[in-house]
Design a binder for this molecule. Sequence first.
Ligand code: NAP
Length: 303
Amino acid sequence: MAVLMDGRTLAHKITDGMRHEVDASGLRPGLAVILVGENPASAVYVRMKEKACEKLGFFSSGFRLPADVSEAELTTLILRLNNDPDIHGILLQLPIPGHLDEKKMLSLISPDKDVDGFHPVNVGKLMVGDECFVPCTPRGIMALVDAYNVELEGKRVVVIGRSNIVGKPIAMLMLHRHATVTICHSRTVDLAGLCREADVLIAAVGRPYFVDETFVKPGATVVDVGVNRVDDVETASQLFGLESPKLQKIRDKGYVLCGDVNFEEVESKAALLTPVPRGVGPLTIAMLMQNTFDSAKRFAEKG
Ligand code: NAP
């Protein structure tokens, strides 16, 4: 049976340590979060980020803009925040509505306040191994594997997913740690076969229970990044089986969250496995707070 990698406990440990450091520093890190439109999942994430700021004594400024906001209005807000001395981190919650050019909007955020690490300057710095804002989810995954002493040097790491948010940056971080990295995606041939070569398998696909036991080498470390909402009982019974307690949860709550990894199958084959929820998710928020605090410290040093 796999040991579960407890992201929630590690996130608490990280934020507890940070709280003391923040108090001792006398700084008040400031995070601006911009939410465009009414996407319910995004609204939940934004509330979680604001709550995390509150707990740590950060200054948080939320901007909720209508779905039809113009590029000019969003541009004005971002440029204003770039010049606001109380703000050390700016986060544009993705996805944004289709009429807005996502790459252009992200590029407007000052690289010095880009706590999500999505600005091309930070992406480039990550690539060449310079100090930069590392995207929060990949930074969280690194914290988790390090906390469980997962060996990376010389090991085979396979990442399923090539997004700019998770797949590409985690592959780069693993490469910097001297792993041999393979990035897979929807056109990959013999996906399960490639994954079976992995000492560390990272699933960032966005498909519930996609990775079954045939993808996993016995004794591997499996990191499940996926957060999938399943809300119909029929789909759930096919995914989880008719006896699963998740079916009752859907009847009670209307939905259940699950990862990209078939937890029950993989649990009996992997050595280490992240659960969903309480795996990678809590670390993403902890790392957002860490990036914001790091930024506040850098601004304070610059004077
Ligand atoms: P994304 O941008 O949709 O990327 C998904 C990737 O999976 C793509 O590269 C896609 O390949 C690949 N893929 C899709 N179907 C595939 C298949 N059948 N075989 C092989 N590869 C396939 O998603 P993302 O933003 O990286 O997020 C991935 C998951 O992580 C989602 O469930 C998301 O909710 C979750 N997530 C969680 C956190 C957290 O804090 N826990 C943070 C971010 C994301 P192509 O490029 O070829 O289309």
